[in-house]
Design a protein around this ligand. Sequence first.
Ligand code: PAF
Length: 280
Amino acid sequence: MKILHFKSELRFLLKEARIKRNKIGFVPTMGALHPGHISLIERAKSENDLVVCSIFVNPTQFDNPEDLKKYPRTLEQDCFLLQEAACDVVFAPSAQEMYPQLPELSINFGNLETVMEGAFRKGHFNGVGIVVAKLFHIVQPDNAYFGLKDLQQVAVLNRLVRDLDFDLNLIACPTKREIDGLAMSSRNVRLSKEARMIAPNIYKSLNMAKNALLAGKSSSEVKDDILLFYEDLPEFKLEYFEITDFENLQNIVDFRPGKKTALCVVAYLDGVRLIDNLVF
Ligand code: PAF
């Protein structure tokens, strides 16, 4: 496995691969890899000739400097896991390498950025969109893999690929969960032992909401139930719980079974921002 830090060396290596008509799979990450990421690498391995994983904690997508500072950075361990998963190339650039100057361009994702993550994390999707567009230009993959835990990110990136005509397939892969239901996330390592024990309540709340909607409760009744659920668990600070249309992620005021729906939640626990969703 090659570990590269510079765009020029990665471009050179991939040019060679393209001449050999190798199919390139790409898994962009911010490191602190867990089995969810590794499942993306494995999928990419099974569908491509060469797999590139980028590890870059992208400062421009953090609206909270504390969150950026605390984001786990574990490059050595990540490379060990990637080597075991038979990843071919790791691209781990510095911030200076990715941003010799800060981008002046900004991307507006329309109605996708006025809700949920877009509403609560100002500038987040602009930061994600720009760094992913830069990485797509550098790697020029045939297939790029993202986890559905960040459902809104997948929607935003689908729009980026469509509107800017990137010549690649964006492949959204299912959320990996711990045995107790907690969605795997790089942030989970920051939870105390006590917080980790109660963290699966997030997934529990999503399932409760799904069952209540399917049993005929209205969207507003279910939202009230979820607020009460979190009021009974004062360790959590609920940021939002939304019942949304799976396609455009806009609020569903009047839920009807049969339409693909995404329940989306963000809650702080132990000062850690946890995100999850359930699609049905
Ligand atoms: O999902 C992530 O880890 C990041 O948002 C991404 C896509 C690597 C962009 O920095």
